[in-house]
Design a protein around this ligand. Structure first.
Ligand SMILES: Cc1cc2nc3c(=O)[nH]c(=O)nc-3n(C[C@H](O)[C@H](O)[C@H](O)COP(=O)(O)OP(=O)(O)OC[C@H]3O[C@@H](n4cnc5c(N)ncnc54)[C@H](O)[C@@H]3O)c2cc1C
Length: 434
């Protein structure tokens, strides 16, 4: 079926031939008969990584294939979502080892982006919980990949954005839990200096993330709330049914502006009374605060928005972030969402994370914010950092090549080996790699 599709940022939007994957033989037939294909999960990547002339939609290819309750290993087809896994796993006393800030992503999408959560500094990215997967490569062969088998393809598929082939199944390891609740601790930080100290002092927490008020400058530059968490241990594994609300229509573009962002930030910062806050929190509220509002991306209006996420090496993170936050607060184009996380070492060679700090920001799409992003790109590059492909819709090929340098060259060798005819490509591939 031909239809218009986009990533979560609603930009760019393209018309594509979308094939709904339901059965493996139909999928194999489709792969053998067309060129310029890309796989797509739930379209939660923000930019153009899941867009192409021919799109294989895996969102209905969601089957549970087996569960080893001794080892906590789950076998699923690639369209199973993290939400479906949680509904299955939590009542049995298991949880996802790694989860991004939305549970509405597929296992295929989580592998292709090698997603990270609030625990990268302790437990790594999604690759750390994947035992093996099956993937269809350029000549139509199905290959099984693990740390031992076809290991080059295994490693370069993490962060490979669907360009090494189409993942059809995966085995993932879950972790044991004994509660649906999180023991939460929030700490207010007056500025960037303090939030860095707090991250270091609390590095033994499994989960940590900070919300930053990126419109503040001067002495309050980087004022933030650090949010820490551990799985509680009260034996309560009962899932509560929650009602999500939906954004009913596209907001007019003037609704999100400097004034509303400033008002939101002031309210958010003062919601926590006092320096410290401790409570038991539902896991959904801690891990997936935005999932309770379905289609929240419509708040940015029809023109859409882009997410700007980068990471800087640990020893240069403070100086680089200071310069970036100064540039943003000086421009007045604040972001509703500004999330700072600490990454540890990354095992997958072509993946976004590196040891250091990562900041994610949302900007409504406009000439001015695109110009601001270009200025920020130069700062990220100057400090030896890089951008997250799953969030990107606008970076230039030159910036990307400088940032990913050697690891991109190795990636291209693996792609050449398993997909020499470039059957798998995307708009992002043509924008960045060519
Ligand atoms: C609110 C929100 C919060 C987020 N928070 C985080 C976060 O904290 N950390 C993080 O890392 N990411 C985060 N993300 C990004 C998201 O986790 C990733 O973009 C994820 O890849 C989306 O999965 P998806 O199933 O929607 O895949 P899509 O967006 O449809 O596709 C993403 C990529 O995966 C590839 N792909 C999908 N399925 C397959 C398959 N079967 N075989 C091969 N390739 C495939 C696509 O080709 C594409 O390149 C967030 C996104 C949102 C909207």
């Amino acid at each position: 079926m031909r239809r218009k599709i986009s990533g979560w940022g609603l930009y760019p939007e393209v018309e594509a031939e979308v094939f709904m994957v339901k059965k493996r033989d139909e999928l194999m037939e489709k792969i053998s008969s067309v060129q310029n294909i890309i796989a797509r999960g739930l379209g939660r990547s923000y930019g153009d990584s899941s867009l192409n002339d021919h799109v294989l939609d895996f969102s209905k290819y969601d089957f549970f294939l087996g569960f080893d309750s001794e080892k906590g290993i789950l076998k699923v087809t690639s369209g199973v979502t993290l939400d479906e896994i949680l509904r299955f796993a939590i009542p049995r006393g298991f949880f996802l080892k790694i989860t991004p800030g939305t549970k509405f992503v597929t296992v295929g999408g989580a592998i292709a982006s090698n997603v990270h959560g609030k625990n990268h500094h302790r437990e790594g990215s999604f690759s750390s919980c994947v035992k093996s997967f099956k993937i269809v490569v350029g000549d139509g062969e199905i290959l099984e990949c693990s740390r031992e088998k076809n290991s080059d393809l295994f490693w370069y598929t993490f962060g490979g954005m669907g360009l090494t082939g189409v993942i059809i199944e995966a085995e993932i390891e879950l972790k044991k839990i004994n509660s649906v609740k999180i023991d939460y601790r929030g700490i207010k930080a007056e500025n960037l200096d303090e939030v860095f100290k707090l991250f270091e002092e609390n590095a033994n927490y499994t989960y940590s993330v900070a919300w930053i008020d990126c419109l503040k400058g001067g002495k309050s530059l980087g004022r933030s709330i650090l949010m820490l968490g551990e799985h509680a241990d009260d034996g309560n594994l009962t899932l509560m049914d929650k009602k999500e609300i939906a954004v009913p229509f596209f907001f007019p573009s003037f609704v999100l502006n400097k004034m509303t962002v400033k008002a939101f930030n002031t309210l958010y910062y003062s919601k926590q009374i006092g320096k410290y806050s401790e409570k038991k929190m539902d896991f959904d509220k801690f891990f997936y605060p935005l999932d309770s509002i379905l289609e929240w991306n419509k708040m940015y209006g029809r023109r859409g928005f882009f997410q700007y996420q980068f990471v800087l090496p640990e020893d240069r993170s403070f100086d680089g972030l200071k310069e970036i936050l100064e540039e943003i607060s000086g421009s007045g184009y604040g972001s509703f969402l500004a999330v700072l996380k600490l990454f540890g070492e990354e095992e997958a060679p072509f993946s976004f994370p590196m040891k250091g700090y990562t900041l994610a920001l949302d900007f409504p799409l406009s000439e001015e914010t695109l110009q601001l992003a270009e200025k920020l790109d130069k700062i990220v590059l100057k400090y030896g950092g890089r951008h997250y492909l799953s969030k990107d819709s606008r970076m230039s090929g030159d910036i990307f090549k400088e940032e990913y340098g050697e690891s991109m060259k190795f990636f291209l060798k693996v792609k050449e080996r398993y997909d020499p005819g470039e059957k798998f490509s995307s708009i992002q591939w043509r924008r960045l790699f060519k």
